[in-house]
Design a protein around this ligand. Structure first.
Ligand code: CTP
Length: 418
């Protein structure tokens, strides 16, 4: 896990209760700390039967709280009353794993241990991750308590289906750390700069079928598009990610539409355009496709010198289609294109900006080894319709995405009616 700027210096109070999955919360505490958050752990007495406090202290670098009568605490708490201090200071209150017993206490507002006491003092968003046997999770009491908590705005992370410590299977397993962190990001970013907006992002290279086993594609990995989707979720947007790749994780909170060909992508973009505040076309759309898709696999003949000619035909240009729709409807309010160039970067990108009628064209030189396709980093120049050019330094695709999304937010906020 790497640094996550959204979590930088965020103060997260992590409650850990007595589930077998308590040991997995150590990884969560560690990854949150590595991401840049300040994590204070509260353990119930039962949790300490599963994991020793020193384990959490080692990964967070901070003392673990467990006693509701204790008065010693780190200097950054504003009051010697620990549960008030933790609850007042926290940017996010997380209970992971949370047992059926603690869920019941939180729903009823009981406050008879440090964790439940802090829960009722907390003024920040709350996220809980249930982990228990399937029967306990499905029990009407647990479900009713979870419904109560949801109605109060608590984020309940759905447990996963799988095998329990009991040997039985069902729904109730503690999710993997990236899922937990994805939910935490969404909860922290909920009221961010793009809250209330819908952002459509396209990602990856399209696949143009030739026969039942073959297709034409390009080197685009989808990494920049998926990173843009995450950056938009991080500032509260409703995100629709139209992607060609099943390999990359979909950010928690984004709705993913999987597509293959340019024509599939066009149809998906058209479907989601109405009401979209911004469209970011980070995908590498194939300009050509095989003119004919063979119904059966193309077989080679016995002649080793044989040549095969594939006739290609032009694909639709999605951004040109969007330009036309936008001229009629005014939506999406902001459109961003991405120019992949191997020569004459600025001239070509500027020409595309004008031709495709976008507000911003993100130009990148795909021949640089540390930028463009497949790489985890990128170096881009943002061209704007007002004629400005802004080179961004080499950075991770996550950072580049945050900078692009910030500019999209600024543009949207500057539009009339915003
Ligand atoms: N694009 C599109 N539809 C296409 C091709 C590209 O919407 N059929 C979009 C891309 O998603 C990107 C922008 O247009 O946001 C520029 O894509 P790029 O491949 O750099 O340019 P092309 O228009 O394909 O031009 P060329 O291949 O001639 O450089």
């Amino acid at each position: 896990m790497t640094h996550i700027s959204l979590l930088e210096n965020k103060y997260i109070v992590l409650g850990v209760t007595g589930s077998v999955a308590a040991y997995k919360a150590v990884d969560l505490a560690s990854k949150l700390t590595q991401a840049g958050a300040v994590v204070d752990v509260i353990m119930t007495a039962s949790a300490q039967r599963f994991v020793a406090p020193i384990t959490f202290e080692s990964v967070t670098g901070r003392p673990v709280y467990s006693d509701m009568w204790q008065t010693d605490h780190t200097d950054d708490l504003p009051t010697p009353i620990v549960h008030i201090g933790l609850g007042e200071e926290a940017d996010l209150f997380v209970v992971a794993p949370v047992t059926a017993n603690m869920i019941a206490k939180l729903a009823a507002g009981l406050a008879d241990d440090l964790l439940s006491l802090t829960a009722i003092s907390a003024r920040c968003p709350t996220v809980i991750a249930p982990a228990m046997d399937g029967g306990m999770y499905q029990h009407p009491a647990t479900q009713a308590n979870l419904a109560t908590l949801r109605s109060r705005g608590v984020t309940v992370i759905e447990p996963e289906v799988g095998r329990f410590a009991s040997g039985m299977t069902g729904k109730g397993r503690f999710p993997a750390t990236p899922t937990l962190i994805g939910n935490i990001r969404q909860a922290i970013g909920r009221n961010g700069a793009l809250a209330g907006t819908t952002i459509v992002v396209t990602a990856g290279g399209t696949r143009e079928p030739l026969d039942p086993v073959r297709y034409l594609t390009n080197y685009a990995s989808g990494k920049q598009g998926h990173a843009l989707a995450q950056a938009a979720v991080d500032v509260g947007a409703d995100v629709i990610l139209i992607s060609t790749t099943e390999v990359l994780p979909v950010p928690v909170g984004a709705q993913c539409v999987l597509v293959d060909s340019a024509r599939d992508m066009l149809a998906a973009v058209q479907r989601h355009l109405a009401g979209a505040d911004a469209l970011l076309m980070a995908s590498a759309v194939a300009d050509f496709r095989p003119a004919e898709v063979k119904a059966q696999k193309i077989k080679k003949s016995a002649t080793p010198e044989e040549e095969l000619t594939v006739v290609l035909t032009r694909n639709p240009d999605i951004l040109l289609d969007v330009k036309q729709q936008r001229a009629e409807s005014g939506w999406p309010r902001v459109v961003v294109g991405f120019a992949a160039e191997s020569e004459n970067l600025l001239e070509n990108a500027q020409a595309k900006l004008v031709k495709k009628g976008v507000d911003m064209m993100v130009a990148n030189d795909i021949t640089a080894p540390d930028a463009g396709f497949q790489a985890d980093t990128n170096r881009v120049i943002i061209l704007s319709a007002d004629g400005s050019q802004e080179p961004l330094e080499l950075a991770s695709k996550a950072t580049i995405s945050e900078l692009i999304i910030q500019r999209v937010a600024t543009m949207l906020h500057g539009l009339p009616g915003s």
